[in-house]
Design a protein around this ligand. Structure first.
Ligand SMILES: Cc1cc2nc3c(=O)[nH]c(=O)nc-3n(C[C@H](O)[C@H](O)[C@H](O)COP(=O)(O)O)c2cc1C
Length: 138
């Protein structure tokens, strides 16, 4: 199972979540690649893709909006997550899910937690991602 964790991050919160997910999934035996959205390159070799974004003005970042509308995601299993300070966490997941489904991807998970990443916060994302990986390997 080839897994990609791809993210955008301006101030480091989403990056910390993405790194933590990547570490947790590696511990579960997945072949896992961590990448900033601008460095993601060819997506064709991945079976499961986690896409993370900060909430910016009630939307995913421009780079993530571009990624989720990519034709390369057609037929792929994609899980979406975001980090946010106050509002629109679920709205941003709705926006990503809507675009992905139009693109022909399957959204297999979504997670949004408000605030700055502490240990509990990171553990919550990690167990969410691990559950998705286990379900995908069945
Ligand atoms: C330009 C900008 C716009 C933002 N807009 C929102 C917003 O609409 N809702 C919200 O709850 N937080 C908003 N935030 C806060 C970020 O979503 C939050 O701090 C997030 O965890 C940052 O992730 P990052 O550290 O990975 O960049 C905004 C931050 C910036 C810099």
């Amino acid at each position: 199972m080839n897994v990609l964790v791809v993210y955008d991050s301006l101030t480091g919160n989403t990056e910390r979540v993405a790194q933590s997910i990547n570490d947790d999934l590696k511990g579960k035996g997945a072949e896992c690649t961590l990448s900033k959205v601008r460095d993601a390159g060819d997506l064709s070799g991945y079976d499961l893709i986690f896409v993370g974004t900060p909430v910016h003005a009630r939307s995913p970042t421009r780079a993530v909006r571009k990624l989720v509308s990519s034709k390369e995601l057609k037929g792929k299993n994609v899980a979406v997550f975001d980090t946010y300070a106050a509002f629109a966490g679920e709205l941003v997941l709705d926006k990503m899910q809507g675009v992905l489904e139009k693109t022909g991807a399957s959204v297999v998970g979504r997670k949004s937690i408000k605030g700055r990443p502490n240990e509990d916060y990171l553990n919550e994302y990690g167990s969410w991602a691990s559950d998705i990986l286990s379900a995908s390997m069945k």
